[in-house]
Design a binder for this molecule. Structure first.
Ligand code: AGP
Length: 608
């Protein structure tokens, strides 16, 4: 839940570190710091609050000379977000400085041991134990000290280390937290995410668990945990720096909403050839598919809601029972999973701790794992037996938008692919479904255009301390995601309800003026939801409905209506969610919220 970055070269390090941190700020943003080594001394500058404060304090880095350094942006776990708890942390002898992303689970016993040995702690963090261990194990050889330290740590970590005795070398080590090396010309980098590297280089090395690297301006040497040098492939990042910039939009979230037609096209188009779906490395024989008697979809947050939505399509088209499980629950549920279960693990970041744990739990019971992941080279992508990338490009706003719709696009592809293999659809139906899929990007654009100008006004009209989002079947999945978007960025309490459940208790909360957002796009259940609209209106609710553009009935019942173009029923969620993303965006904007970095949140949730 933190971002780390490092630079070694001939340029001034501090401005490069600050720029890198600002690109990683989405990972955590309650405090930040840098450590730069110059003339044998490590200067540490750190502040509570945003990176802008650190830039101010260091005069955009100009006040911190030196050509090698490390930086950190924090989402506090152990210890409040204060200046003292901010990273980097220094060893007592001032020889080592470290930054850390992850959690040291055995830090309490290590801390007691180190205090007994005379080490003095400045902070309440788990991380500080690591820097004192480095000092304790150092006898002139940094690699050995790093190996011995790593061997004592339990939990997850990506560590960046600076040592005064190695004035041009950065040391890094990774275990269950992302860490990427960036290879420049006469300069090298490390970071938690490629977004901090692409403005300098597109050549990267993805480190694996247990690997250590020594990075000088000329080269990066990677070692395994025994200290043996190993060869690593260099990968090329496929997108440009502009993809990680706002490009004229006021917020990343708005930019990413607008990018959805292109992102969904990028997820679909390369997998459809001559009217047939090809799923990269996940080509299954009919026999293999027939051997699957259950599908489990597991994920967290919005990715879970993508799973809730995808489930309807898979069950309807493939007739395989699908269970959708929150990863944070599944891992403790003693799941009924075996070698006949296919587990779809969905994650934008590929680093969500609970999702990783659920994946491992299912795999240990023999299930085959298919990852649906956006971030290339992420932990889930590596752990899964097969991975279908969503190809959404970098998603910076904490609230996911294009990450979500591209997950849906991949789930739809999977459903149609498996349905055909299993013989549930004939050539004509397959062609019709693929045609509708390929229309999705265009229709998402229409869904934006049709509603764009009225959304700021509607967001104002329907903003309230409490909102209800209702829908049935596929529309219920959309309601769940719509309510989450509203909560996380506007801080308005939004409750999503299966429309038919209202009368079993919750309708008691409907009073005069209560806003209800009714998703009414699934024609099989639309009339039923219409009855629920009538029920809440009879109790004074004010209803904003979301429906296909030729739905006349809805106009006579709802107070206001958002329209989307018509699409095949199982694919509606990818269209219907878009106006709700914009509704949340404008509600948050009206309230003056920090839309891209909502309070208490971080983009990648690497704590359990
Ligand atoms: C979505 O807007 C949230 N920020 C959050 O629910 C997110 O979807 C969840 O944390 C899962 O993240 P992942 O897709 O990276 O695993």
């Amino acid at each position: 839940m933190c971002g780390i970055v490092g630079f070694t070269g001939a340029r001034s390090a501090a401005p490069i570190l600050l720029k890198g941190l600002s690109r990683l700020e989405y990972r955590g943003y309650d405090s930040a710091g840098i450590a730069v080594l110059d003339s044998g001394v490590i200067d540490v500058e750190k502040v509570s609050g945003r990176i802008a404060r650190l830039c101010e304090k260091t005069k955009d880095g100009a006040a911190v000379p030196g050509v090698i350094g490390i930086g950190h942006t924090r989402w506090a776990t152990h210890g409040a977000p204060t200046d003292l708890n901010a990273h980097p942390h220094l060893s007592n002898d001032g020889r080592f400085a470290i930054v850390h992303n992850g959690i040291i689970e055995n830090y309490l016993s290590l801390r007691e041991e180190l205090i007994a040995d005379g080490y003095v702690f400045q902070s309440e963090t788990d991380t500080e134990t690591v820097v004192h261990l480095l000092e304790m194990y150092y006898d002139g050889d940094v690699l050995t000290a790093v190996r011995k330290t790593a061997a004592r740590l339990e939990g997850s970590y990506a560590l960046g280390i600076l040592c005064t005795d190695a004035p041009d070398t950065l040391w890094v080590v990774r275990e269950k937290s992302p860490l990427i090396l960036g290879l420049g010309v006469g300069e090298n980098f490390f970071a938690s995410d490629v977004t901090a590297l692409v403005s300098h280089t597109k050549n990267v090395i993805y480190l694996e668990d247990g690997e250590i690297a020594a990075i000088t301006p000329q080269r990066a040497i990677v070692y395994d945990c025994t200290g043996r040098e190993i060869r690593k492939d260099v990968s090329r990042v496929s997108w440009d720096v502009e993809a990680a910039e706002k490009g004229g939009y006021e917020h990343f979230m708005l930019k990413e909403i607008m990018e959805q037609p292109a992102a969904v096209r990028a997820a679909l188009a390369p997998r459809i050839h001559d009217g047939q779906i090809r799923l990269d490395d996940f080509e299954l024989t009919t026999e293999e598919l027939r051997g699957i008697n259950k599908i489990i979809i597991t994920a967290c947050g919005s990715a879970y809601y993508a799973g809730c939505s995808g489930r309807y399509g898979i069950e309807r088209l493939c007739r395989i029972p699908v269970e959708v499980e929150l990863a944070s629950e599944l891992r403790y549920a003693d799941p009924m999973v075996d070698e006949h279960t296919l587990v779809l693990v969905i994650s934008q970041s590929g680093e969500t701790a609970d999702t990783i744990a659920a994946l491992k739990e299912c795999r240990s019971r023999g299930a085959k794992i298919l990852g649906i992941v956006n971030v290339v080279g992420s932990t889930i992508a590596k752990l899964a037996d097969h991975t279908l990338y969503t190809w959404a490009g970098p998603e910076i706003a904490v609230a996911t938008t294009k990450g979500f719709t591209t997950q849906l696009a991949v789930l739809y592809l999977f459903a149609v692919y498996a349905s055909e293999k299993l013989g549930y659809i004939d050539d004509g139906r397959r062609a019709a479904l693929i045609h509708e899929l390929m229309e999705l990007p265009k229709r998402i654009q229409q869904a934006i255009d049709m509603n764009f100008y009225q959304l700021p006004g509607l967001a104002k009209r329907y903003s309230s301390q409490s909102l209800f989002f209702i829908g049935r079947n596929t529309d219920y999945a959309v309601a769940l995601e719509g309510a989450l978007k509203m909560k996380e960025i506007s801080y308005l309490h939004a409750e999503s309800y299966a429309a038919g459940e209202l009368k079993h208790g919750t309708i008691a909360l409907i009073d005069e003026g209560q806003p209800v957002i009714a998703v009414c796009c699934n024609e099989a259940v639309c009339d039923k939801t219409l009855s629920n609209i009538v029920e809440v209106k009879a109790r004074g609710a004010k209803v904003l409905a979301l429906a296909f553009r030729d739905n006349r009935k809805i106009v006579s019942q709802a107070d206001d209506v958002l329209f989307i173009p018509r699409i095949e029923t199982v694919f509606t969620a990818a269209l219907a969610v878009v106006p709700l993303q914009l509704l949340a965006y404008y509600a948050a904007k009206e309230k003056g919220c920090d839309i891209d970095k909502p309070k208490n949140l971080a983009k990648s949730v690497t704590v359990e």
